[in-house]
Design a protein around this ligand. Structure first.
Ligand SMILES: Nc1nc2c(ncn2[C@@H]2O[C@H](COP(=O)(O)OP(=O)(O)OP(=O)(O)O)[C@@H](O)[C@H]2O)c(=O)[nH]1
Ligand SMILES: [Mg+2]
Length: 200
């Protein structure tokens, strides 16, 4: 897919202010600092479109980006940020879980996993929650440029194995780097396929 345009559309703290659910939409979610915002910028090749930071907890709102004037990418705040207060965490859960469960135009959730880490309980639990709620998702292993391909493949295999303990089948996965643009074509191709079957 060729990206002709990518524009910031809106930021929301409230799910009742979201754009009308008339375009196919894809959400990026995962632990704080895993690289959600960087990945969005890489996919649309527009540095600085989604705000990134070395400090976890940068993205705090539901951010909608309009791509090619006919679909949405959504950047979400990260989970599992240790410095966040308990009440903040509870707010995150309420707000994000409401968004994910009720957004009728949401075609797929991309769950981002840091390819350098052992399977993290919080990621497995989040995937499990998506499964329980019947939400389709795909896995994206990030920051692959930071280590050898062999190590990344091992991390992917371990994560898939952990998921197979709770799922009969494990969804498709992508290995990505926002630095080298690895995984870009594959993700855009997948999105294009779903866009073409979207009906309001
Ligand atoms: N080397 C490398 N660094 C990356 C990659 N993706 C993200 N980073 C770095 O990781 C840090 C966090 O990236 P963000 O994109 O802001 O992460 P996020 O998941 O949006 O974080 P929150 O909004 O805080 O939840 C930044 O310093 C990025 O430059 C990658 O593929 N390779
Ligand atoms: Mg972010």
């Amino acid at each position: 897919m060729i990206i002709k345009s990518a524009e910031f559309q809106c930021s929301n703290t409230r799910t009742d202010k979201l754009p009308p659910p008339v375009l196919p939409e894809y959400a990026f979610i995962g632990r704080s600092n895993v690289g959600k915002s960087s990945l969005i910028n890489m996919l649309v090749q527009k540095k600085g479109l989604a705000k990134t930071s070395q400090t976890p907890g940068k993205t705090q709102l539901i951010n909608h980006f309009l791509i090619n004037e006919n679909w949405h990418l959504v950047d979400l705040p990260g989970y599992g940020y240790a410095k966040t207060s308990r009440s903040n965490r509870a707010d995150w859960q309420k707000f994000i879980s409401f968004y994910l469960r009720n957004r009728e135009n949401l075609q797929c959730v991309f769950v981002l996993i840091d390819s350098r880490l052992e399977p993290q309980k919080i990621d497995i639990e989040f995937c499990s929650w998506l499964g329980e709620n019947g939400l389709p998702f795909q896995l994206i292993f990030t920051k692959a440029d930071k280590q050898s391909r062999v190590k990344t493949d091992q991390a992917v295999a371990k994560f898939r194995k952990a998921l197979l303990e709770i799922f009969e089948e494990v969804p498709q996965h992508y290995i990505t780097s926002s630095e080298t643009q690895d995984g870009r074509e594959e993700i855009l191709h997948f999105i294009q396929g779903l866009n073409s079957t979207f009906t309001r």
